[in-house]
Design a protein around this ligand. Structure first.
Ligand code: BG6
Length: 509
């Protein structure tokens, strides 16, 4: 799967997957439905065991009933549940365990031993940290001291984001892990990298001769990356208070998308090759000086209002949020990648909650073609070429170009050529791709330690300034809008505007 060829089920090593946080939301909504789909598609090894672990007092039977509901609600493959659930769930167990106790890890070691004896062979042992980030170092240390990850070829750990809270904590966590494990054992998840449409950026850029010659500052005017969400922070107030939009989305998902657009061509699809190329991009991002931050970064926080007839409470009144919170629920930044290819091309990134709609798109705006030869009227509809990569929920790639309007006069009109993923039905969810890669031992789509640190380094000045300078205008945008006015100004002062996606029926055919 992902950028690898699928391999036959029987060639996969027997696998035991322990999920810390087995009774949590991520396991319920994403991990188990993804594992179930992998099972249906024959991607799981013939011998596999999933052990959910948590504090909740589930019996094996009640755990299975619980996660079945999650599959019924969130799996993309609901039609087979009746016939396939029983077999799938026979590979699942639940342990109520206290992850702070050493005896927990002795229990895990005994389980591995017993299972391998029954299977009559060694297995791959995977540990998924689906827990609050502050618990991950403790679990990793216990896994190490109890010798559960001794074999670097067979044991792997998966860390959910956030990986650290800032550059210093991420570096400290990396240092701790690197003392105990090999980098190849550490899988740091950024689930955007598992999305089909994001992986397709590599195919678009490097499997076509068309784009590479113009993929540089000579032809590209600017790049925009928008990850807008119409949902509020919902019930995640306490988490969000520690995070904010900059840490939650820009440090990881948006910078990863920027890397896919800006990276140099890899010489192979080897994990390190791809990741080296991405680190190069992050290292080339121009560092802002503190006094420049206000010029390059904008923050916002939603007030109260309405989205599609639904009342939205202001952020400061959400559950678990401080009444005078200064945490940003919107962030926009303008970055430059200081290398030959991208000299002086601005990259505008924006993300936020309670915005107009859910929409993740990347827009590559080309410089205008010279219009000397055309009559003056033609200039009225003159538009530069634009490549729009829609990541979600719409999944397509649109190339806008100028065409002659049919008729006697030379009138031009912009038209879009669209490749739509809608026709490619039944695509794997990001977590399917990523879990399958962990099982297979392919870290290409995971963040290497230096990549995470480089990404923290990019946003560090913004974080520092925002921490010390209290925003004076919060809340400064209404739910259902596209964020604060200053975000418009950030891009408008360069003569541009944020692009949003027209619906397909509005596009000139
Ligand atoms: C998560 C963030 O990483 O990504 C959430 O913590 C956000 O705040 C989510 O809602 C968005 O993911 P997706 O796949 O729905 O775009």
């Amino acid at each position: 799967m992902s950028i690898n060829q699928p391999i036959n089920q029987s060639t996969r090593s027997p696998t035991i997957l322990f999920i810390f946080g087995g009774s949590g939301d991520l396991t319920y909504r994403k991990l188990i439905p993804a594992l179930y789909n992998l099972f249906i598609d024959d991607y799981l090894p013939a011998q596999f065991l999933i052990i959910g672990m948590g504090r909740n007092p589930f019996s094996n039977a009640s755990y299975k009933t619980h996660i079945k509901k999650g599959v019924e609600e969130f799996s993309r493959r609901k039609e087979d549940i009746k016939s396939r659930w029983k077999t799938f769930s026979s590979h699942v167990e639940y342990y109520k365990l206290d992850l702070e106790q050493d005896k927990t890890y002795k229990t895990l070691a005994a389980k591995i031993k017993k299972t391998e004896e029954a299977w009559k062979q060694k297995s791959n042992v995977l540990f998924y940290m689906s827990v609050a980030p502050q618990l991950a170092p403790l679990i990793a240390t216990k896994l190490y001291s109890n010798k559960l990850c001794n074999d670097p070829n067979r044991s792997r750990m998966v860390f959910e984001k956030p990986f650290g809270h800032d550059l210093e904590s991420a570096t400290a966590l990396n240092d701790l892990l690197c003392k105990m494990f090999k980098e190849e054992q550490i899988y740091r998840i950024d689930h955007y990298l598992g999305k089909e449409t994001i992986q397709n950026i590599l195919a678009l850029r490097f499997a076509n001769a068309l784009f590479e010659p113009v993929w540089n500052s000579k032809y590209i005017d600017h790049v925009q990356i928008t990850a807008a969400e119409s949902v509020s922070v919902e019930n995640r107030g306490p988490y969000y208070e520690q995070s904010g939009a900059l840490r939650d989305m820009i440090q990881n998902h948006l910078l990863q998308m920027l890397c896919m657009i800006a990276m140099e061509a890899p010489v192979s699809f080897g994990a390190d090759e791809i990741r080296n190329k991405k680190v190069d991009v992050l290292n080339a991002v121009r560092k802002m000086r503190l006094e420049e931050v206000h010029y390059y970064a904008v923050r916002g926080q939603y007030g109260s209002g309405w989205i599609k007839n639904k009342e939205v409470s202001e952020y400061r009144k959400e559950k678990g949020v401080a009444a005078q919170s200064n945490v940003e629920t919107f962030a926009a930044v303008k970055l430059f990648v200081d290398n030959w290819r991208w000299k002086d091309v601005p990259f505008y990134l924006r993300t936020g909650k309670s915005l107009n709609k859910k929409e993740t798109i990347i827009t590559v705006q080309f410089k205008p073609a010279p219009d000397y030869a055309f009559p003056e009227e033609a200039g009225q509809t003159w538009r530069p070429n634009r490549l729009t990569i829609s990541i979600q929920p719409q999944m397509d790639i649109r190339l806008r170009f100028q065409a002659k309007k049919p008729g006697p006069d030379m009138i031009l009109q912009p038209v879009d050529m669209i490749f739509s993923y809608a026709a490619e039905k039944d695509q794997p969810e990001a977590y399917e791709t990523l879990l399958e890669d962990v099982i297979e031992g392919n870290p290409t789509l995971f963040m290497r330690g230096d990549q995470v640190e480089a990404a923290w380094r990019v946003i560090k000045p913004v974080m520092e300034l925002w921490k010390t300078k209290v925003p004076v205008d919060f809340p400064n945008y209404t739910p259902g809008s596209w964020g604060p006015e200053d975000a418009e100004a950030l891009i408008a002062k360069d003569g541009h505007h944020w692009v949003t996606l027209p619906t397909i029926d509005k596009i000139a055919k």
